[in-house]
Design a protein around this ligand. Structure first.
Ligand SMILES: *Cc1c(COP(=O)(O)O)cnc(C)c1O
Length: 451
């Protein structure tokens, strides 16, 4: 319909891309995606690329799955949208029941929104309002982790811990207390994993004990800090942190926006350490990557704190216009059905091992400082000097150069600064997975000038 050239021209003229230095972008040759087919994306010039980061961590069973597009078509003919403010709709009810069934025990109430940032803001506001309504007026703060990421809205940035993204907005934010990140490769406490005894947990406990009277909740990305650089937590970290939070009477908010729906090898990350959070935030993979939808799940206990006479005003005064969109909910229901039908989680186990084996040879590359993996979440941290762990200068744009080299070889990946991220869809077949790793290896080799 439109020529590739025409589209690229209009793209540069009219679009402001997220998390993108537009000065660089304006000088680049934009890549315009036109179609998706299984685990590949196809551009306006017919070139095919492996979708190596699941279209920013959302895709699960592949593009163009008939079961999913049929569900959307069926629902869109019935009803595309009606409001959830005081009204219900069929797919939103069915999905809420399914989510309550498959998430950790105790999570029984589903509050919808439409993106990950809002799913976290909702948990924060609910926790705060719950304590206020309980008469705990001093509780106004949150504890979160350095290198944590919970979204881009002001509230979710306030509990974020990535200086590069968050520092400039600091004057606009509410204060939160930060605990060290379990970033063992660059331990903030300068300790060694083999002998540290998880001292960062003790540091967390100190923060909790010091501030608990004014703290509503602890907010964490369980098992992996995603946007902070695919920082994988040592085994047992999550459970310890949860136990300390609960012993000190704090709510525990798990942000599974990235790790949920299979990414770490189980349906939800919380399962792996048997924890039961007070709030669970879901988005990204919930619709299999087809439509925007998010959900904040919570307990009967929290929900009960909002019940009262109309004129007590204990209502949760929050609700986005497209909350609980029926088409998004119906595709989410079908996404969950596909998980069962295809035994997606069980079938990941062998592929996770394959991925681990294939990643071993990356340590041959002199620029690879560390390879981190949890399930299908992979971070390959590149360094200028492996011995001193000195990073590349930002101007070297090393991550971006690896991405461009991968693009030439037919894979779309996206770095987090100098960490090359692979986040293949849980349903990806072993062959494509291997191809993706090969392309990544060759691209790092080329961009870092390895022999
Ligand atoms: C992506 C992400 C978010 C934000 O989700 P959006 O849909 O982009 O608003 C929040 N938390 C985590 C852990 C994420 O990875």
């Amino acid at each position: 319909m439109y020529s590739s050239e025409q589209l690229k021209d209009w793209d540069k003229r009219y679009i402001w891309h997220p998390f993108t230095q537009m000065g660089d972008y304006m000088r680049s040759d934009p890549l315009v995606i036109e179609r998706g087919e299984g685990f590949h994306l196809i551009d306006t010039e017919g070139r095919r690329y492996i979708d190596g980061v699941s279209s920013l961590w959302v895709l699960v069973h592949g593009h163009g799955r008939k079961e999913l597009t049929d569900a959307m078509e069926r629902q869109s003919k019935e009803l595309c949208h009606s409001t959830m403010l005081g009204l219900a709709n069929v797919p939103a009810i069915v999905l809420a029941k399914r989510l309550a069934e498959i998430t950790p025990a105790g999570l029984e109430k589903v509050f919808y929104s439409d993106n990950g940032s809002t799913s976290v803001e909702i948990a924060i506001k609910m926790s705060y309002q719950y304590w206020q309504q309980k008469g705990e007026k001093k509780k106004k703060r949150f504890i979160s982790f350095l290198n944590g990421y919970h979204g881009d809205t002001i509230g979710s940035v306030s509990i974020g811990g990535i200086d590069l993204f968050h520092k400039v907005y600091r004057p606009l934010l509410f204060r939160s207390y930060k605990s060290p990140s379990p970033y063992c490769y660059r331990c903030p406490l300068k300790l060694d994993r083999a002998s540290c005894g998880m001292a960062c947990v003790e540091e967390f406990e100190r923060v909790v004990k010091r501030y608990r009277d004014e703290v509503c909740a602890v907010v964490i990305e369980p098992l992996v800090q995603g946007a902070g650089g695919m920082i994988t937590q040592p085994e047992g970290f999550l459970r310890k942190v949860w136990t300390i939070a609960k012993e000190n009477g704090l709510h525990f908010i798990t942000d599974e926006v990235a790790v949920g729906f299979g990414r770490t090898g189980s349906m939800f990350a919380c399962e792996q350490e048997g924890i039961e959070p007070d709030f669970l935030c879901l988005a990204k993979g919930v619709t299999g990557g087809y439509l925007p939808l998010a959900a904040t799940l919570t307990t009967q206990e929290i929900f009960g704190g909002f019940l009262g006479r109309f004129d007590q005003f204990r209502t949760f005064f929050h609700g986005h216009t497209y909350t609980g969109n029926p088409v998004a909910c119906s595709v989410a229901v079908e996404n969950l059905a596909l998980f069962e039908k295809e035994r997606t989680i069980e079938r990941m186990a062998d592929k996770i091992t394959l991925l681990r084996d294939e990643l071993k040879r990356f340590s041959d590359l002199p620029a690879v400082g560390e390879v981190r993996q949890r399930g299908f979440m992979v971070g390959i941290e590149l360094v200028k000097s492996r011995k001193t762990k000195r990073p590349y200068p930002p101007g070297a744009k090393i991550g971006q150069n690896v991405t461009l080299a991968a693009r030439k070889r037919g894979a779309i990946i996206r770095p987090l600064s100098d960490v090359i991220v692979l986040m293949p869809p849980p349903g990806m077949d072993a062959g494509t997975l291997k191809e993706l790793v090969d392309v990544t290896y060759d691209s790092i080799k080329e961009a870092t000038g390895a022999p």
